[in-house]
Design a protein around this ligand. Sequence first.
Ligand code: NAD
Length: 283
Amino acid sequence: MSIQKIGVVGAGTMGNGIAQSCAVIGIPVVMTDIAQAAVERGLKTIDGSLERLVKKEKLTAEAKARAMGLVRTSTDTAALKDCDLVIEAATENLELKLKLFAALDGLAKPDAIIASNTSSISITKLAAATKRPDQVIGMHFFNPVPMMQLVELIRGLATSDTTYASVEAVTKQLGKTPVKVKNSPGFVVNRMLCPMINEAVFALSEGLATAQEIDDAMKLGCNHPIGPLALCDLIGVDVELAVMQVLYEGFKDSKYRPAPLLVEMVEAGYLGRKSGRGFYTYG
Ligand code: NAD
């Protein structure tokens, strides 16, 4: 099935990045959110991001105007009813997403594909909330979406080959590289990345080295562009904890137990960059 129009549910960090990536390649996109303020913030972020590309001469002013003209916004999910693909990028919460999937199933075109950008929730579970589980798939983009190459495509138990093929094609059209992944806690990247960050938190709490030394060691020793603790601050300390909990509960394997310091930092409200303090402090 060829995808002519895309809907994005949630205008936050990921949603506005996904909408931008679609509009830039000429696909009309409808971006919805529950709050008008969130929709406006999302649109402003897209505008600012495209403007930076114009300043860097990576995009012409005309191309920016064309892309902005392709983004429609709404606070009413009914605005998604004529989309061929709806990508859900709302808050990471199982109850919320189950409700959303049932609602989207009720209003989307019968042949429309419904995808989720979830980092940790089972695609099979979300698909079961609809009457079209064969047309449900995971499209796990990375942050910041316009810059990051990878999209993990997650097949639920019922996802059909045609759904996979359509979503694989549109992912390539977006200029991204799809990697096919089985539905499993953390998929591929978070399954490996989050335990590494968690281990860095254990190392810090054991006094192995300071945060700066741990980060410098991984940058210089492994050629990582950013150290694990600085990365944790960027991702969000709460998000890292949530993923570790999903891995721990999903596999029932003690190797995924969250570092106690991670739990304590979340209790203290040290959530990383977004709260001004995590493993480092931010102005
Ligand atoms: P965010 O908090 O920045 O944005 C979520 C948006 O969803 C908010 O604007 C909120 O108002 C909106 N929302 C909540 N309920 C809604 C509803 N019923 N209908 C429409 N909109 C609704 O979150 P985010 O970081 O963009 O994450 C979104 C999804 O992407 C999550 O599932 C997350 O796990 C996943 N994800 C996040 C990252 C990341 O680095 N932030 C990376 C990959 C995947």
